[in-house]
Design a protein around this ligand. Structure first.
Ligand code: OOB
Length: 566
C-alpha cells in the first residue's frame, strides 16, 4: 500500500469543480502523472541520453537524464535537511543555467512549490512574490547580468520573516552573502524516498506569474494533472521525440519556454534541451550549429533579429526544422520571411500562463501559418468570443472580433490568493477572461487582433500599466501618471509615461523619473521607454475620467502622433 497522497496547498486555490475534474480524468487528459513521475519515466526510457546542455556557474555542463535525476534527488535531500517541506513555496530566480532544471525537479521531488521569477526581475518584484507566496526560500545565482542576485535575495531574506534560506547556484562559498548556502553544499546522498513521490497529482505543483493587468502581478497555481496534460499534448502536436534538440532562447521560467512544449515537453519526449545564456543571434546561431538544434522558441522581435542576422551568418543552421514564435503578435510579413531566411518552418504559438495554448499545425496551409495564431491544444478547450461592450457578454457573430473567454482542462479557475480579482478575471461559470481581442476564421483558427486589458506587450514582455504608474506616483514631485503603449517597429509596442508634476514645484526631468523607477528595483523592461511631463492629461470630454478611458484616449493620441512622425 502506498501512503496517503500529499496535497501540497489548497488554501487560496480555486479548485476545478469535482464533476469537471472527473470529466477531464475520464477523457484521459488528467492521468495522475506528477512531475517526479515525469522525470522517472524519462530516466527509465532514456537514462543515458543527454537531457540538458548549458553553461552554469562552474562552466559548461552536459547532463544525461540519469545525472539530472541524481543531482535533483541529491539537492532535494539537502533541501529537506534544512527544513524545506512539502507545500513550501520557494522562489526560483534563475537565468538559463542547467541548475534551473536541477532545482525545479528537486523541489518537485520534495513536494515543494517553485514560484517562477524571471531573471530580469529585481528586488521589489522578488520581495512581492516572496511575501505574497510566504516563501520559505529563494534559489538564485550570484552575479549575473551585472547584478548581484544573491546579495539582493539575502537582503529580502533579512527583511521577510518567512524566508529561512537563500540558496545560490554556485560551487564555492566564496563571496556568498551571510546565511546563504550553495547548491553544491546541499547536493547530498539521496534518501530512498522523497515526499514528492507521494504527491497528489490534483494538487498544485508550482506558482507561475501572470503578465498582470493591475498594480501587483498575480500568481497562477498550476496542478500536476492540468500542466502535464498540456505538456504531453504539446509535445505530440509539435512532433517531439528523443531526437529533438530544443534551444531555450527565452527565459526558462517563462511558460512558453517551459511547456509549449519547451523544456518539459523535451523531458517527456526524452530529447535534449540546450539553454542559451542570451537570446541574441550570435549566441543562438553558435549553439544551433554546435548542438544541431532542431527546435527553438522566440518572441517576434527576436525572430526579426534572427531573420536579419541569418543573411550574413557563417553558421550552419540546417538542423533547425522549426522556429516557434509567440508571446506577442507575429506580423504576417515577418512570418513569411522566417522560412526563407532561416530554412525552418514557422509555428505560431498563442498562449498564456493561465492555461490556454494555441498552435498552428505542421500540415496547415502556408497562409494559415503566416496569418493566424493557430488553434487550441485540446478538443475540450472551450472558446467564447464575446462582445466586450455587452454586460451580458453575448457571443459575437462567427468571424467577428470579440473578447476571448476560455475554460478547459489546463486553464486555471482562479489566481492564487486573489479572491477580489478573481471575481472580475473569471466568469461565474469559470471562464477566464483573457483580455485578448480575437476573431475565429472559418477553419477555426484564432487571429489575435488586439486586447482590452490594461497591459502593454513590449515584445512579449508584459507590463501592467497600473504597476508602473504606482512606481511613478511614489515620486514626491509627481501628482498623477498614466502609462500607455505606443506602436514600435521593433518591439511591436513600447511604453510612454504621461506625468503630471505637483503644482508649484519644479517638474522632474524625464531621465530622472526613469532612473527613479529603475532604482525602486523593478525589471528594466518596465522602466518607461519615454516620459512626457504635462500640466494635465490632454483629454477632454471624458467627463469623470476613469483611468481605463484615460489610457485608451492617451494611447489613441500617442498612436496618432506616431503616425504623424512617420
Ligand atoms: C505567453 O504567456 P504570458 O502569460 O506571458 O502572456 C499571455 C498573453 C496573451 O493573453 C496575449 O495577450 C499575449 O500574451 N500573446 C500573444 C501571443 N502569445 C501571447 N498575442 C498575440 N499573438 C501571440 N502569438 O505569452 C505565452 C505562453 C505560452 C506560450 C506562448 C506564449
Amino acid at each position: 500500500m502506498t501512503s496517503p497522497a500529499i496535497n501540497t496547498i489548497a488554501a487560496g486555490v480555486v479548485p476545478y469543480p469535482p464533476e469537471v475534474a472527473e470529466r477531464y480524468r475520464a477523457a484521459g487528459y488528467w492521468t495522475g502523472q506528477t512531475f517526479p513521475a515525469l522525470l522517472d519515466a524519462a530516466v527509465a526510457a532514456h537514462g543515458p541520453r543527454t537531457a540538458v546542455v548549458g553553461t552554469g556557474p562552474s562552466g559548461p555542463e552536459r547532463w544525461s537524464y540519469g545525472e539530472l535525476d541524481a543531482r535533483a534527488r541529491g539537492l532535494a535531500a539537502g533541501l529537506a535537511e534544512i527544513g524545506i517541506a512539502p507545500g513550501d513555496r520557494v522562489v526560483v530566480w534563475l537565468p538559463n543555467v542547467p541548475e534551473y532544471l536541477e532545482t525545479i525537479f528537486a523541489l518537485f521531488r520534495l513536494g515543494a512549490l517553485p514560484v517562477f521569477a524571471l531573471p530580469a526581475h529585481r528586488a521589489s518584484e522578488i520581495r512581492y512574490f516572496v511575501e505574497h507566496a510566504e516563501a520559505t526560500a529563494i534559489v538564485t545565482v550570484g552575479r549575473h547580468d551585472r547584478f548581484d542576485h544573491a546579495a539582493a535575495a539575502a537582503g529580502i531574506a533579512a527583511e521577510v520573516p518567512s524566508v529561512r534560506h537563500v540558496v545560490v547556484a554556485a560551487e564555492r562559498d566564496a563571496e556568498l552573502p551571510d546565511r546563504a548556502l550553495t547548491l553544491a553544499a546541499l547536493r547530498r546522498t539521496p534518501p530512498d524516498r522523497l515526499p514528492g513521490d507521494d504527491v497528489d497529482a490534483g494538487s498544485v505543483a508550482f506558482l507561475q506569474l501572470s503578465g498582470g493587468t493591475t498594480g501587483l502581478p498575480k500568481l497562477i497555481p498550476r496542478t500536476h494533472d492540468d500542466y502535464l496534460y498540456s505538456v504531453r499534448a504539446s509535445a505530440e502536436i509539435c512532433g517531439l521525440g528523443p531526437g529533438t534538440v530544443y534551444l531555450a532562447a527565452l527565459p526558462a521560467a517563462h511558460n512558453f519556454t517551459m511547456s509549449s512544449p519547451g523544456l518539459l515537453g523535451v523531458v517527456h519526449a526524452g530529447g535534449t534541451s540546450v539553454l542559451a545564456p542570451s537570446p541574441d543571434a550570435d549566441t543562438c546561431f553558435g549553439l544551433i550549429e554546435a548542438e544541431r538544434v532542431t527546435l527553438a522558441a522566440v518572441v517576434p522581435p527576436l525572430a526579426a533579429a534572427w531573420v536579419q542576422a541569418a543573411g550574413s551568418t557563417s553558421r550552419d543552421l540546417t538542423s533547425l526544422t522549426t522556429l516557434q514564435v509567440g508571446g506577442a503578435k507575429c506580423a504576417a510579413e515577418l512570418a513569411r520571411r522566417i522560412p526563407v531566411a532561416l530554412g525552418a518552418r514557422l509555428q505560431q504559438v498563442f498562449g498564456m500562463a493561465e492555461g490556454l495554448v494555441n498552435y498552428t499545425r505542421d500540415d496547415d496551409p502556408d497562409d494559415v501559418v503566416a496569418e493566424t495564431q493557430g488553434r487550441p491544444i485540446s478538443p475540450d478547450d472551450e472558446i467564447r468570443v464575446v462582445d466586450p461592450a455587452d454586460p451580458d457578454e453575448r457571443e459575437v457573430p462567427p468571424g467577428e472580433v470579440g473578447a476571448l473567454l476560455t475554460r478547459g482542462p489546463y486553464t486555471i479557475r482562479g489566481y492564487y490568493r486573489a479572491e477580489e480579482h478573481n471575481a472580475t478575471a473569471f466568469t461565474a461559470d469559470g471562464f477566464y477572461r483573457t483580455g485578448d481581442l480575437v476573431r475565429i476564421t472559418e477553419r477555426g483558427d484564432i487571429v489575435v487582433t488586439g486586447r482590452v486589458k490594461e497591459q502593454i506587450n513590449r515584445g512579449g514582455e508584459k507590463i501592467a500599466a497600473e504597476e508602473v504608474e504606482n512606481h511613478l506616483l511614489a515620486h514626491p514631485d509627481v501628482v498623477d501618471a498614466a502609462i500607455v503603449g505606443v506602436p514600435d517597429d521593433f518591439l511591436g509596442e513600447r511604453t510612454h509615461a504621461y506625468v503630471i508634476p505637483v503644482p508649484g514645484r519644479e517638474a522632474p526631468r524625464p531621465a530622472a523619473l526613469r532612473r527613479f523607477v529603475r532604482e525602486r528595483g523593478v525589471a528594466a523592461y518596465k522602466v518607461p521607454d519615454t516620459v512626457e511631463v504635462v500640466d494635465a492629461f490632454p483629454v477632454t470630454g471624458v467627463g469623470k475620467t476613469s483611468r481605463r478611458a484615460l489610457r485608451a484616449a492617451l494611447a489613441a493620441r500617442a498612436t496618432e502622433n506616431q503616425a504623424e512622425e512617420k
